[in-house]
Design a protein around this ligand. Sequence first.
Ligand code: ADP
Length: 423
Amino acid sequence: MTETTPEGRARRWRAILAGRLRRSRWVLLAALAACLVLAVAGGVAPWVTAVAAAVVMVSAALPAPRLPASSAADGAGAEDGDLAALSAGQLAAAVPDPLVIFDRRGIVLHANAAASATFAVRPGLVLAMKFRAPEMQALIAEVLDEGTGTGVVDYVERVPLERFFRVTATPLGDGAGLFALLFKDQGEARRIDRMRADFIANASHELRTPLASIAGFIETLRGPARDDPAAREQFLSIMHDQTGRMARLIDDLLSLSRLEMKPLNPGGMPVDLAETVDAVIGSLSPLAADVGVEVVRRYPGGGVDVPGSRDELFQVFENLLENACKYGRGGGKVEVTIAVDRALGEAMVSFRDFGPGIAEEHIPRVTERFYRVDVETSRGQKGTGLGLAIVKHILTRHGGRLTIRSTPGEGAEFTAHLPLGSR
Ligand code: ADP
């Protein structure tokens, strides 16, 4: 903070002078003692001693001489740390990615720990012998030939595991005859690319199937079934179902993409769980009646609120209750329970059905996008394969989680755990 008032400036100067005098206190004491000895024992005139003492005091209070310009360029004075004192090895050790320093003969002078661990590169090794892939040979040759500029290639290390790197070759210093290879791991970026490609392939496939069916029926209605009113009615009804399926899929895809655009914590107002679950039960009562399922509520006395978005939590409970009714219809009953665990600081909303349940090996995968235990059953139930992925996404955004318990043949229980927040 800069002092702007005269008193403030005076205070600051007093503090600076006191600091300089404190730092020079031993020199000062020695000089003043010498002046005293001269005055007493040496017979020097008192005014000469006083002037000498004043000169010593003033020089102690003067600022220390500045360091040469080069140290200022390092961003820190000698007191804060001397950059020039660091060795290339120490700097390379601070780089988390594999880094190799080599000379103009292409011989390794230094490899940091990451480079040694990943490629078993040691000082003395000829780089072109170690990295035999043509793109690496070209990269090394180019930087050695030209001695300037920065080359970049994508390189795949195949043994012991397939790993993808973006490699940069750069000359070090100004014509120092030293060069560096830096390897950036591309594994995570490639995994995300692959997920995106899989997702687009799955979504296109899901849309293409009903589209192909609609196109087929249009052809039939134009040709052989042109004058068959009964067939026309039947085909129009199937086409209607297929357009509904495409619309549901697009709705779910939009839901997912909107959720991904939102920040992690929705914040928001307290959401009354009992009121929200009641609204979901109300909106799904036609489906429950349709499939012959009775919904039983088990709520604790007193309301339970959690911080969050009511619309998103509505979507979570709607998906879970809809699945419980659709897949657990054979059990004839779904229990909806709201509970609170004060020790864990969370509220739990469970949907328990008494249907066929889910085999253990499928449980960890049912929240993956487009994963279904049985594709035909899911399609028959108007499923898109995205419901539980949306549920998991929303719960994660709320700082919560989904747990699934099931005994095949006895039903399944899906529980949304939500933090109670500070009260
Ligand atoms: P879908 O749109 O297919 O219902 P979800 O993501 O909601 O997609 O569910 C994924 C899969 O998990 C379903 O296809 C179904 O196989 C299984 N599943 C979900 N809920 C239940 C349940 N209550 N009982 C048995 N299986 C279920």
